[in-house]
Design a binder for this molecule. Structure first.
Ligand SMILES: [Zn+2]
Length: 330
């Protein structure tokens, strides 16, 4: 059985039948009741789909992003390139080559695309396809990666650019990941707009810098007054910086969070963090609360030349792993 989440199964059955989500859930529940508890709800949903005459891997009608399911082969789909995350070289025992990661979308959603074919990657390198290009992908296959579906393009796959005269509207992405999910072991010196899900395993005492209240940039002290390069003489404000060690079980990295990100991690506003300076026991207590916190940090790698190591600069965060909400059967 392919790793299709229950929510995706229900979505697909809904698309291919006239049933509502409640009706599908209740059919699944009936199956589960009838066929003993040994059956998973995903298994029951597959049976329901089969009984309705739905072939999950061969959707009817035009193929759209939301219909993609891990296990699909020979996928032909029209989509727009939303983001090109970059091209990476890899070396494994058996082979070496390049891989490109992008995000594409259509009116139903977005999906990550992984290109393994050097000829197709050339299209990006030669700027023949770029962000906002509308492309027709042919002969791709869908894989599951940690519960996210990915469209993979190998040596048999094609990208058509010349004959595409269609426009594609991409569904707004507010609820969708727009960064590349990555593991710490795979971070490179130049990684940016990447997200890591992991745990805070060590946290250092918060520090502060004087910043411009208008633009948050660091200000410089001249003759007892603080100056911003852009805003001139300003009343400085203190902005917290929090360094911590982040671990995702593949490796760990030193990370830095500024301002609202530091506030969010510590659960305190800047003033309250500043007031802690004189109370070491309170700081220890706070550290204890932060240790073990799980979250997704999104940002970029900074190479620390002095220590010859990679560090992570946090641009924003998500409280937990960005997982699609599970559909409840109750
Ligand atoms: Zn300023």
């Amino acid at each position: 059985m392919f790793g299709i989440s229950y929510q995706d199964l229900v979505k697909r059955i809904k698309l291919e039948s006239n049933l509502s989500e409640e009706e599908i859930n209740s059919k699944v529940k009936q199956k589960l009741a009838k066929l003993s508890d040994l059956l998973s709800k995903e298994g029951a949903a597959h049976i329901v789909a089969h009984e309705l005459g739905i072939n999950l891997l061969k959707p009817s009608g035009k193929l759209t992003v939301e219909k993609l399911i891990p296990g699909m082969n020979s996928v032909n789909i029209l989509c727009k390139i939303v983001k090109i995350y970059g091209i990476r070289e890899f070396k494994k025992e058996s082979r070496e080559g390049k891989v490109a990661n992008l995000l594409v979308g259509d009116e139903t959603g977005v999906t990550k695309v992984v290109i393994w074919d050097t000829n197709l990657i050339k299209l990006i390198e030669e700027n023949k396809i770029k962000e906002d290009s509308v492309i027709k992908v042919k002969n791709a296959y869908v894989k599951d990666n940690n519960n996210y579906k990915e469209l993979h393009l190998g040596s048999r796959s094609e990208i058509e650019i010349n004959s595409v005269n269609e426009t594609v509207e991409v569904k707004p992405m507010d609820s969708v990941r727009d960064y590349l999910k990555i593991q710490i072991k795979d971070l490179e010196d130049t990684s940016s707009n990447v997200g890591i899900f992991g745990t805070i395993t060590q946290v250092f005492e918060p520090r502060f810098y004087e910043a411009c209240p208008e633009c948050n940039k660091k200000v410089k002290l001249h003759d007892g007054e603080f100056h911003c390069d852009v805003h001139g003489k300003v009343q400085e404000k203190l902005v917290p910086i929090l360094n911590f060690i982040f671990d995702d079980s593949t490796d760990s990295i030193r990370a830095t969070a500024f301002r609202e990100n530091a506030e969010k991690i510590l659960g305190l506003n800047s003033t309250a963090i500043y007031e802690l300076r004189q109370q070491p026991e309170k700081i220890e207590e706070l550290k204890g609360k932060v240790l073990g916190k799980q979250l997704t940090i999104i940002g970029r790698v900074n190479k620390n030349e002095m220590f010859g190591r990679k560090e992570f600069s946090v641009q924003r965060m998500e409280d937990k792993e960005n997982v699609v909400e599970e559909v409840q059967i109750s």
